[in-house]
Ligand binder design. Structure first.
Ligand SMILES: [Zn+2]
Length: 85
């Protein structure tokens, strides 16, 4: 994995200054994106919810929902957030 490109440890999306999450005290948390983690809480309690959300909202013609689902089911278990639970 490319260490120069941080990715969200919950959903796997690439992170930058505009997408990092913040702690309730305003500290930047560079491990999660602002959609997965906000105000000290995680948005998704289980992997299935996250996969369904992404399959519905991020699918494109080149990357249809079923393919998105398969890709995420493969990738998510490797991320830190899902390894810990
Ligand atoms: Zn995320």
């Amino acid at each position: 994995m490319d260490n120069n490109q941080p990715i969200c440890q919950c959903c796997g999306m690439p992170l930058d200054e505009t997408t990092f999450s913040t702690e309730p005290d305003g500290t930047v948390n560079k491990e999660y994106c602002k959609w997965c983690y906000a105000d000290g809480k995680f948005t998704y309690d289980d992997m299935e919810t996250l996969i369904n959300f992404c399959a519905e909202h991020m699918a494109t013609e080149e990357f249809p929902a079923e393919q998105m689902r398969a890709y995420m089911s493969e990738m998510l278990p490797k991320l830190k957030h899902w390894k810990e639970i």
